[in-house]
Design a protein around this ligand. Structure first.
Ligand SMILES: [Fe+2]
Ligand SMILES: [Fe+2]
Length: 275
């Protein structure tokens, strides 16, 4: 019996080891693409993804406040930075497959699945690129503690596709566009060509993920007759804990279809949330 796409997604989510998870993710993405090219798409189906994906025993997950900060001007600091990005990428692999698995019951055009399979495939590459960089520097993913809170956005939006799209690609991944150029600069100063090349791949491809978020958020709004901008503001205030922090990469955000009037108003607390 052939697997459905949502079953494939659950299989990735329930694989713990990072390299194994991403290898499976690449294989499933290739099968999806082949089925699309053959004009016989794998059925989407419906599946029950776990509330939290399987993860390796290492890294130890800690409260963000208890993850030691290291200065990026030192070799240890640069390893810590790559380790943090590897952790984000592994979460991103699961986030994209979870989006596919969790919302399989919502009828969506096949292009929606094409985009998120593509994004999951690219996140898998990003994770492996970061692992390769860590290993070249004598470390590995799992060697340092990592943030525990990263899956919260997924749990908060388990039953809200609008909320998921608003918070994950359009806020969290858009934040990646803001901070990645600064990271590339750190590795340029330290002359680490492998890390520069890897981060440039990530930077280029993340624009696409944010754009997929904006595209499908607007699609859903159009289908249900909702006004995208105020809805986006309400959802981010509901599900994202805290305000958005400038500076923003306005150019890349624009390229990804996120206009300034979507994010600037979220840099301020509403009166009613003030402490
Ligand atoms: Fe990524
Ligand atoms: Fe991404």
């Amino acid at each position: 019996m052939t697997q459905t796409l949502t079953q494939m997604a659950v299989e990735v989510l329930t694989t713990a080891d990072g390299r194994e998870k991403t290898a499976l993710s690449h294989r499933h993405a290739a099968s999806w693409r082949a089925s699309r090219e053959a004009g016989a798409p794998i059925p989407i189906g419906e599946a029950s993804p776990p509330l939290r994906p399987a993860r390796p025993d290492q890294p130890e997950l800690r409260n963000p406040r208890e993850v030691p900060r290291r200065r990026p001007g030192t070799p240890e600091g640069r390893i810590a930075l790559l380790h943090a990005v590897a952790h984000i990428e592994l979460n991103a692999v699961d986030l994209h497959w979870d989006l596919i698995a969790r919302f399989g019951h919502v009828p969506m055009p096949l292009g929606f699945h094409d985009d998120w399979v593509q994004a999951a495939d690219e996140e898998s590459k990003h994770f492996n690129l970061m692992c390769d960089c860590l290993e070249a520097l004598g470390s590995h993913y799992g060697a340092l503690p990592a943030h525990a809170g990263m899956w919260r956005a997924a749990e908060d939006t388990v039953d809200d596709l609008f909320g998921r799209l608003a918070v994950v690609p359009m806020v969290l991944e858009a934040r990646g566009l803001d901070v990645t150029p600064g990271m590339i600069e750190i590795f340029r100063k330290a002359d680490v060509p492998q890390a520069i090349a890897a981060l440039e791949v990530i930077y280029g491809e993340e624009v696409g993920h944010v754009a997929y978020g904006s595209k499908w958020f607007h699609f859903l709004c159009g289908r249900e007759g909702r006004d995208p901008k105020p809805l986006f503001h309400d959802l981010v205030r509901q599900y994202f804990h805290g305000v958005l922090k400038p500076p923003f990469n306005e150019e890349k955000r624009a390229e990804a279809g996120i206009p300034p009037d979507f994010y600037w108003p979220l840099t301020e607390r509403l009166e009613e949330d003030a402490p």
